[in-house]
Design a protein around this ligand. Sequence first.
Ligand SMILES: Nc1nc2c(ncn2[C@@H]2O[C@H](COP(=O)(O)OP(=O)(O)OP(=O)(O)O)[C@@H](O)[C@H]2O)c(=O)[nH]1
Length: 362
Amino acid sequence: MDFASFPEDFTAGFAVMVGRPNAGKSTLTNALVGQKVAITSNRPQTTRHTIRGIVHRDNFQLVLVDTPGLHRPRTLLGERLNDMVAETLAEVDVIGFCISANEKIGPGDRYIAQQLAASGNKPVVAIVTKADTVSQEELAIQLLEVSRLGEEIMSAERATRAERKRRQQPRKKGDTNLAFRKDSGPAAQRRKSQASSDTPVNDGKGGWADIIPVSSVKGFQVEQVAELLASHMPVSPPLYPEGELTDEPEMTLVAELVREAALEGVRHELPHSVAVTVEEMELREGRPEDNPLVDIHVNLYVERDSQKAIIIGKRGSRLREIGATARQNIEALLGTKVYLDIHVKVAKDWQRDPKALGRLGF
Ligand SMILES: Nc1nc2c(ncn2[C@@H]2O[C@H](COP(=O)(O)OP(=O)(O)OP(=O)(O)O)[C@@H](O)[C@H]2O)c(=O)[nH]1
């Protein structure tokens, strides 16, 4: 698909997978994107979350995002959940709620379902994962249970909203979901939360926008999941060129994490002026096997001396912060200790210079 030409009814948007620990979110994400992750260096400034991958098809583009909170099992049920859920849900177009076919629906699922219902009006597709681990009959029963959960949660949510509405007379006319979708351009408008809307959108299949079983391991219905998620995204041009995929997930993500940290707080000043290359990434020799350390050397390129000053900060204070934040996130990504060395370099007008772009891996 050419980035510049796409069908009129092309849909594109952001999706996030949520669910209990071990529900199969990562495996499904990987199955959807085919183990590839996105280079997100010149992505639209819409999400602060790491992009896990992009599903490109002739008629849609699905950008799967990750959030530290929703991905990490511990924090998922932690106290920051509400904030993180609200933040994430405000930024995505559709949510995949993963529930294992082979586990009883429990308080964890119920809690997440309630959070999803209360947080806003984003369509939630209930995905019953690991379909290969149960019989057809058990799968049918689980689908029914998931549908019941949706009905129960959504009817409680409807009651809460009706009560709130009754108390808030007179109130402003809320946005309808349709109105939101129409004016939801690919960029910051997506942030407009639909939380104010009165009518939950997840009124389709048993309280969910849809329900679908899948087996990421066997490849059963993976494509259908992509299509279903895409069907709930707005009509929009592709958000990323198709070439923005790589087979080197770790290096790319490391570069992206450094870039993210560098832009934190100065996004408006230098949104597209920062590029990061990983020059070296190696396991340090002579470390104990159970306590490895990865040495990472990166170059952080800016276009002008003034930008270099912003990155470095007073007596190097910002650069130290950037290093600390990036290191923490890289350690979480790699699961090992990391020594991170960042060199700030000025590559004049690198955005306009094809040679420089090539060197920087664009
Ligand atoms: N048989 C089978 N196993 C699966 C399938 N999907 C995931 N699994 C297994 O279930 C386990 C958990 O899967 P993950 O994808 O890591 O689950 P997650 O929801 O990302 O887990 P957290 O990162 O802990 O939140 C892994 O051992 C997977 O191999 C599937 O379709 N079939």
